[in-house]
Design a protein around this ligand. Structure first.
Ligand code: NAP
Length: 458
């Protein structure tokens, strides 16, 4: 895949980037491996200051870093700035807590004196998507830097400038060279890196298709991997929901980042007799967003990331309609060179509809009506995905009981889906495996090294 910046608002090519050579890859592996050996002999706490500097540099450069995202994948400039701030928070969080998370853990055994140390394992091959072009890198970078695992980054073909900008932040923060090396690799080179004995693990965020392919390569070479893949998250509105709260949250839970969020609410499931009211409310809310230049802070609908992404979403919506889905709102073209997709609401999606079990990666909401809570849970779980979910009920214990029955890695009660450095992120089923962020994310690639000695004889 050619690495290019194509502005999805103007559909113009901004810059093309040459692919990395095999020699570039070998150099990155050699530098990363030498750094791993150095990091192994240093205390994790010695890296905290550098990670705080990364946070500082990101905040200092927020405007230009955000503009690079918006130019490259179309995100609204306000959302792009929020992403930069989130990255700085993640860096600060792991700088503050990484060393403490990596403390040795004592073990109780009658057989001797034992503990396990948490040690670095080697280079991590990181494969990342375009939808949060810095945040996805930071979720892997900050914890693994504290652990002492150097990283090689293969970013998405359409966000090369963001990859370079991230590397530039690290350079300005004076992070040791080789801590993260961005390379414009092709798929074969990614496989080659995974096969290399100096690479100890693979972290991918992306689609099921990309994840399956890279996980296969990791399995073939016995490399540990984490997979953060797509979702088709349910937003369950129980019949005792606080409707004022639902209305505050529901539209943005779908429309944020122009609908291109793995853990966005995609399937709205209404229990009881307020279904028609909810559909009307969502139509009115979706009609309010205004397409325009994503650099303009007053714009409320961004283009999708590319003309290709728009064409793919249109194909899915067309197939849904052909199979009987009803368009309640939207699905009309927006007159622009940009990759805009009008917010769209679909209902009447039955189990045989192709989109019933597909991720729609754009501003398209599916709304379902069910009679009972049991049906809502069954529908939510009738998916090959299991990333996030949302439950609304005025009764916290009731919502909690429902939340525990959802097959998902994350459930949010009476609030939108969210992410923060201290909250583990990830899914089950075809949404992948492993967790990023919090201590669980930091543990993804550590050697839990048992060290045991015989009890001294009296
Ligand atoms: P994608 O096509 O799988 O691409 C993701 C990354 O994987 C890109 O860098 C891509 O490179 C690379 N890739 C794909 N196939 C590969 C292969 N065979 N070998 C090596 N690298 C390969 O995913 P996308 O469509 O860009 O991203 C959107 C998806 O990511 C959505 O499904 C979304 O839900 C998911 N996502 C999940 C999370 C989560 O935390 N669970 C977070 C964000 C996004 P190229 O760009 O060069 O093809």
């Amino acid at each position: 895949m050619a690495y290019q910046t194509i502005n999805p608002y103007t559909n113009e090519l901004v810059k093309a980037y040459p692919n990395a050579s095999d020699a570039d890859l070998e150099k990155a592996l050699a530098t990363g491996h030498a750094l791993y050996k150095q990091f192994r002999n240093e205390e994790p706490a010695s890296r905290s200051a550098a990670l705080h500097r990364v946070a500082d540099e990101m905040r200092k450069d927020e405007d230009s870093l955000a503009a690079t995202i918006t130019t490259e994948m179309g995100k609204l400039i306000g959302e792009a700035k929020a992403e930069v701030e989130l990255c700085a928070n993640i860096a600060d969080y792991f700088a503050d807590h990484g060393a403490e998370f990596l403390q040795p853990t004592p073990l109780t055994t009658p057989a001797g004196k034992a503990y396990y140390a948490k040690q670095a394992v080697g280079i991590i091959m990181m494969v990342e998507p375009w939808n949060f072009p810095y945040y996805q890198i930071m979720r892997v970078f900050a914890p693994n830097f504290m652990v002492g695992n150097p990283m090689i980054l293969k970013h998405a073909h359409n966000t090369p400038a963001c990859a370079e900008a991230f590397e530039d932040v690290l350079r300005k923060a004076d992070v040791p060279e080789g801590s993260l090396k961005n390379l414009f690799l092709d798929y074969d080179q990614v496989d080659k890196a995974i096969a290399d004995p100096r690479v100890a693990g693979v972290a991918l965020t992306g689609s099921e298709r990309g994840g399956a392919s890279v996980a296969k390569s990791a399995g073939e070479h016995l490399k540990k991997s984490t997979m953060e893949l797509g979702g088709n998250d349910a937003f369950i509105i129980l019949d005792d929901a606080d409707w004022d709260l639902v209305k505050q949250v529901a539209p943005q839970a779908r429309l944020g980042n122009a609908g291109q969020i793995c853990s966005a609410s995609k399937r709205f499931i209404v229990v009881g007799d307020k279904y028609d009211d909810f559909v009307d409310f969502m139509k009115t809310a979706f009609a309010k967003v205004q397409p325009g230049d994503p650099m303009d802070p007053s714009t409320t609908l961004a283009p999708l990331s590319s003309a290709k992404a728009k064409a793919h979403l249109q194909q899915q919506v067309d197939a849904a309609i052909a199979a009987g889905a009803k368009v309640e709102y939207g699905n009309t073209p927006i007159d622009s060179k940009g990759a805009f997709f009008q917010p769209t609401i679909l209902t009447n999606i039955d189990r045989n509809n192709p989109v019933y079990n597909q991720e729609l990666f754009g501003p398209v909401a599916s709304i379902y009506h069910v009679a009972t809570e049991e049906e809502a849970i069954e529908l939510a779980n009738d998916s090959s995905y299991g990333l996030g979910s949302v439950v609304f009920s005025k009764d916290a214990a009731h919502a909690d009981k429902v939340a525990q029955q959802i097959e998902a890695g994350m459930t949010f009660i009476n609030m939108s889906w969210t992410t923060a450095p201290e909250l583990p992120f990830g899914g089950v089923k075809n949404s992948g495996y492993g967790r990023e962020l919090y201590q669980l994310g930091l543990n993804a690639f550590v050697n839990e090294h048992l060290i045991m000695s015989a009890l001294a004889k009296d």
